[in-house]
Write a protein that binds this ligand. Structure first.
Ligand code: RP5
Length: 167
């Protein structure tokens, strides 16, 4: 499956199953808001390893700079993606399984030395997108400004909450 890929995607989002698609769509929505093109693919590291390898090679060749890999249970997808690219890989563990996602969290965060995966919270596609944007923003001052504006809007909304009146 491919979602919204127009050939200019800078972030490649891959999920292990269609059951993970919600987190991918939340990540894509944040990236859209920041004007960062992305694409979504459904490719299991276990069920379709050859396709995954082709996707990574093809994505790099098309100019994907950061990968977001989303998986639950024995969540090897982010680590397998990281094993095949030197581009940054952000892993999103999904809920379900043991202790509602603890299995996937540990599988993703406990990468062995030499092949890192940046891990965000369980189901947190939004933060994966923000981290991907922050990585891209190192070399993109316009994106850096959009990220800063988003932070300012977030802070203003909290300050404007009547519960914080007078602070
Ligand atoms: C993982 O197994 C997927 O990432 C998904 O989170 C989980 C369950 O997959 P399905 O059985 O729903 O396809 O590989």
């Amino acid at each position: 499956m491919t979602t919204e890929s127009n050939g200019s995607a800078r972030v490649g989002i891959v999920v292990g199953s269609r059951s993970d698609i919600g987190a991918a769509e939340r990540a894509m929505a944040v990236l859209d808001e920041l004007e960062v093109d992305s694409e979504i693919r459904v490719i299991s590291a276990h069920r379709a390893p050859d396709l995954l390898a082709r996707f990574i090679a093809g994505a790099e060749a098309r100019g994907i700079r950061v990968f977001i890999a989303i998986a639950g249970l024995a969540a090897h997808l982010p680590g397998v993606v990281a094993s095949q690219t030197t581009r940054p890989v952000i892993g999103v563990p999904m809920a379900g399984g043991v202790s509602d996602g603890l299995d996937a969290l540990l599988a993703i965060v406990q990468m062995p030395k030499g092949v890192p995966v940046a891990t965000v919270g369980v189901g947190n596609g939004e933060n994966a997108a923000l981290l991907a944007a922050a990585i891209l923003a190192v070399g993109d001052s316009d994106l850096r400004a959009r990220l800063a504006a988003r932070r300012a809007t977030q802070a203003a909304a909290i300050a404007a909450d009547p519960a914080n009146e007078g602070l």
